[in-house]
Write a protein that binds this ligand. Structure first.
Ligand code: UN1
Length: 493
């Protein structure tokens, strides 16, 4: 079996722990991709030391020069897109057309953040005194600890790592143990692009090493994407340590369909939003709020479409929906099937695992839909992270928005309507970081701010220009060229 190692100071370094975990394909439990290190604190110290040394040079490398390397990384991601997509699909399951999209987000991020290095604007502001000059500049923070989930094994790490590097930080990256192979390729690509040794380091492992990263005194910032449960624990630790932290956590994203909507597009939208990536997106459409006039017919059509989805190994070209990631995920989803029974919910389709034919060795769950789901249901309120959609009826726009907002999360929301008035009100009233009009809750673009409100985040936005507010500090500079002491607020008033 192929054994992979940590990437520290530009080298592939054996773990001090001598312990490794297996990376198993979710489509076929007999397909073992390789072994990856279970890193310990000695490994982490090595990675941090190399990132610390590299920081001294990297932070003072002209930003546009840093951008040049990131743009070359974009070229290499482009060249390796198809090969990398297959590696990602094999280890995390979503079909190749989706993993290609995932790589494309990293390509877009490399080109976008690379070019932003020529535009890391500060402000110049008039001083309140003569012969004095005031300005602000962005400065890097230091070593950033990046901890990510497996569902977007290249895109989501790239949203954090590429802007962090663009801004002059160095990085210690811990990928999810469910998608470690993608991180190997990430490191290979940055190395080939010419990133200096030690600027980017990868340590593999489980929650234990994640915890060590959060606690490490030399790591100044944590960028985390994952569950709300883990994110909250990281937040309290970072609060105690006064460490900068950007969080992307759970979602329970609503799609509203009004009676004046283009129903065919709305159907395609909900199908893609709910069952794309097997529902394993923080942006997945997991609640459908349907206007009463279209309720019954829409559900009949949606049922047919969901049942027609072709499940299978994502490496096969006709697969539309892949497996869920692992046994833990199956257990969690099945727990919600039991809760649905206890709550007496109306099952429209699915509600079970399938091991039919080719699916025998994989983690396949049928696309699942429940209707007439009350707001009080745990399935309406809690993130399941699987192909499970709950449907609720609404009587009016106001009722729909109230139902959409009745949830602890606030990442993404969507409304299908052809009424300009309804769409404007929805844009204003829906409580989420991202709102789509006539599109599902998924489909964020790399150059736009990405993040959620309420239980989803802690006020930061990745993507776009706003990501630099995570990965830089502001420095305010005053230059007094008067040749004498000028006391602000005193000598000028
Ligand atoms: C995630 O689910 O963690 O908008 C990210 C989308 C994708 C990114 C999802 N571009 O659904």
């Amino acid at each position: 079996m192929k054994r992979f190692e940590n990437y520290i100071n530009g080298e592939w370094v054996k773990t001090n722990s001598s312990k490794y975990f297996k990376n198993i394909s979710p489509a076929d439990k007999n397909d073992i991709i390789g072994e990856f290190p279970i890193s310990d604190s000695v490994d982490l110290d090595k990675a941090v030391d190399s990132a610390e040394l590299a920081y001294k040079v990297w932070k003072n490398t002209p930003a546009p020069k840093r951008g040049d390397i990131l743009r070359i990384a974009g070229d290499i991601f482009t060249r390796r897109k198809n090969e990398l997509a297959k590696i990602m699909t094999r280890e995390m399951g979503k079909p190749v057309f989706e993993t290609e999209g995932d790589v494309q987000e990293a390509i877009d991020t490399c080109y976008y953040a690379g070019s932003e290095t020529r535009r890391l604007f500060g402000h110049t502001v008039p001083s309140e005194m003569n012969n004095k000059f005031n300005m602000t500049v962005r400065t890097p923070i230091g070593i950033c600890g990046i901890i990510t989930a497996w569902n977007f094994p290249i895109a989501v790490p790239s949203w954090k790592i590429i802007p962090a590097l663009a801004a002059g930080n160095t990085v210690v990256f811990k990928p999810s143990e469910d998608a470690p192979h993608s991180a190997i390729i990430f490191a290979e690509i940055l190395e080939e692009a010419g990133l200096p040794k030690g600027v980017f380091n990868v340590v593999f492992g489980d929650g234990q090493i994640g915890n060590e990263i959060v606690n490490h005194p030399k790591i100044k910032l944590i960028g985390f994407t994952g569950s709300t449960e883990t994110g909250k624990k990281i937040a309290s630790k970072c609060g105690e340590l006064n460490k900068k932290l950007s969080l992307e956590m759970g979602g329970k994203n609503p799609q509203i369909v009004m009676n004046d909507a283009n129903l065919d597009t709305a159907l395609d939208g909900v199908l893609w939003g709910a069952f794309g990536t097997t529902g394993q997106r923080c942006t997945a459409t997991s609640r459908l709020i349907l206007h009463k006039d279209i309720y019954d017919n829409f559900i009949i059509k949606l049922k047919d479409k969901a049942e027609a989805l072709k499940l299978g190994d994502g490496l096969k070209s006709d697969t539309q929906m892949g497996p869920v990631i692992n046994q833990k995920s199956i257990d969690k989803i099945e727990k919600y099937f039991t809760i649905a029974k206890q709550e007496g919910l109306t099952l429209i389709t699915g509600g079970a695992r399938t091991t039919d034919g080719d699916l025998a060795n994989g983690n396949f769950i049928l696309p699942t839909i429940y209707a007439d789901v009350p707001e009080s249901s745990r399935l309406f309120q809690e993130e399941i992270f699987g192909p499970v959609l709950v449907i609720t009826k609404c009587n009016s726009l106001e009722d729909a928005i109230n139902k959409a907002n009745n949830c602890q999360y606030g990442l993404s929301s969507s409304i299908f309507t052809n009424d300009v008035r309804s769409s404007m009100i929805a844009m204003r009233e829906l409580e989420s970081g991202i709102t789509y009009i006539n599109a599902p809750t998924i489909g964020a673009e790399a150059h736009m701010p990405f993040g959620g409100i309420k239980g989803t985040g802690n006020g930061h936005r990745e993507g776009g220009w706003t990501v630099f507010d995570i990965f830089t500090e502001w420095k305010t500079i005053y230059i007094d060229y008067s040749g004498s002491l000028q006391r602000a607020q005193i000598d000028n008033y």
